[in-house]
Design a protein around this ligand. Sequence first.
Ligand code: ZN
Ligand code: ZN
Length: 420
Amino acid sequence: MTGPSTLPASAASFADRLDRLAQVAVRVGLGLRPGQELVMTAPLEAVALARAITEHAYRAGASLVTTFYADDAATLARFSHAPDEAFDHAAGWLYAGMADAYRSGAARLAISGDDPSLLAGQDPTKVARANRARSRAYVPALELIAGFSTNWTIVSAATTPWARTVFPDLPEDEALARLWDAVFAASRIDGPDPVAAWETHNRDLRERTERLNGARFAALRFVGPGTDLTVGLADDHEWCGGATTAKNGIVCNANIPTEEVFTTPHRMRVDGFVTSTKPLSYQGTLIDGIRVRFSEGRIVEATARTGADVLAKVLETDEGAARLGEVALVPASSAISASGLLFYNTLYDENAASHIALGQAYSKCFRNGGEGLSEADLTERGANRSLIHIDWMIGSAEIDVDGLSETGEAVPVMRRGEWV
Ligand code: ZN
Ligand code: ZN
């Protein structure tokens, strides 16, 4: 496999490329407005990117940038030394404060780059309790984010533990450099004008969603090795992808990179069986070889080659955790897939393959962006509700996808992982 970069790494210095990524995060990812506050979360190791983003945010007129850093060593110290009852505790005040900030107009940026297997050696019950407590405490903030009350984005930074997972056979420095190359290439910052490259990409994604919205399929059917799954789509669903207009009127790109077009499944109309095509990295644990069966929207059988106990706990989170909140189509030839790498990071791997997500639906994937629909209206149309939203990959170059009309007529949408 050759490296994923299209330009030689020497064409621009690392500092230049980091600066371009920060610029794309602020201008394309957030569309930050002069006077807007920015709340950022970042792994400690991503401090260089966080600082570059902070600089670009202030240059774009940000009134205040506040960053919360997460430290892997501190997280592990908690699992080693905190009292047992501590694992049902979460910093609710912090997430309530973030929700306050979003409600009063702050933008949100998350840098992802976490160690995919940070918690792999920890007691799965403690991991599940800690995740559940955090998920619950996070609800007020998550609802505002999922509903695009404000403009937000997630961007990645290469970090040593992440690089070690992606390139286990390379020396650490080389692994980190290779991962940065992959991050820069996937984030489309290596060409002469990254912001213009994103405008073109967003236009392509919009054409794709317009075609799917025109077709008004009632369901999608995925067929391939270990998979024959029919995903009914929510009534009045709309396909989304690329740039989004948040409720504050600001156009943002929630994911840098992004290759997917996605919509809301009907939580009661998913049937059949499906096998994951890539491992799922879930809050520090790898879940691999997932095989599940759905009946009337709900997972009724679930197995996994590794991480089965964590998967079982995830599915028990709440009533909506065993139902779908998203279905997304990504060609197997996407830039990220073409890198041939497994990233162990959902932001990357979900853009390498078609996927489904357990849990919370995006209320914006409805006609008119879901404007004016109450929770009851969303539920009536089939939107799922849950504390969790976990994407997992079911697409590959071996999967065919058909769109099914209301009368069950099949229209080829993808063949061998590519758009028809
Ligand atoms: Zn997705
Ligand atoms: Zn998702």
